[in-house]
Design a protein around this ligand. Sequence first.
Ligand code: 5GP
Ligand code: MN
Length: 336
Amino acid sequence: MQKEFIDQLSALLSTPKKCVIFPHKNPDGDALGSSLALGHFLQQKGHDCKIISPNEYPQFLAWMPGQENILCFNKEELKCRTYIEDAELFFTLDFNALGRIAPIDQWIQKTNTPIVMIDHHEAPQDYAALMYSDSALGSTCEMIYNVLIELDEKAITQEIASCIYTGIMTDSGSFRFSSTTARTHRVVANLLDSGIDHSKIHQNIYDSYRFERLQLLGLGLKNLTRVDNLQAVYMHISQAELDSCDFQKGDTEGFVNYGLSLDGVKLAVILIENKQEGIIKMSFRSKGDFDVNAFARKHFNGGGHINAAGGMSALSLEETKHELHQIILQYSSNLI
Ligand code: 5GP
Ligand code: MN
């Protein structure tokens, strides 16, 4: 992190400010964890702070300290717009393209309020007055840790540590992805020193399935398809299948990783039909040097990181499956 970033952020925060923090749409553990950690810190320092999420977050995150005060733009639009109009400082966390908080981006662009971006995705858009962007780091939560201890070495309270731990754990696949460094573990060691219950956090996130969610996983696994003789698999879940298992937000989180758990498989994809939005939402995961960020950007209007990315298709589920299959064949030489 550049010293200039911290100096300028300190200057912005030298007087009490009305702040609004935005995590990306469909916030995950990292987006919510970083937003809540920063929110707790700003409030402790006497700033007025609201977290506005574009939409709801999954139930398995609904225990995080401070989550009960998060506003969802899709549920309380007018209230959210008032906070946005009155704000003196915006933070955008865990994304780097304003389209990822649509339709909030329109309301932000009507203001002249400076934006601070803290994010670990590649190719940031040029919208922030102040930017800390580093795609080498595994999570925005690790970046928030870096920022907070630079601003105040005693910043990490137990509740802040719980939030940061959650984001580091979820974005690193429980500390196994290659972006997990010795430094990540040192940060985590410091978080544990603050007295957090890390086993409980893991349980809250990964061992909190509803019965129907496990049944939905069963349907997804039945649909798992291997692309010819290649090290590539995809899984699809139709709207009817979601409905039959009383789908709730977050239920399909992590399903794509089952494909990747197969020996030798280098690329795993999940396609999830969303009839309401008229799209197929896609997640891509890879092992090694197969770059799913480039793949999602090129073919499915998405992006992310080298080993984890997302995207979408406006075709039907059947058509998207067919298209994906054909595109994967073009990459045969990388998927043997
Ligand atoms: P997931 O598959 O878990 O939704 O997302 C994996 C990674 O890709 C995350 O870093 C997420 O922020 C990013 N991602 C997911 N969907 C999209 C998308 O539609 N566009 C872009 N640019 N990134 C995405
Ligand atoms: Mn992240």
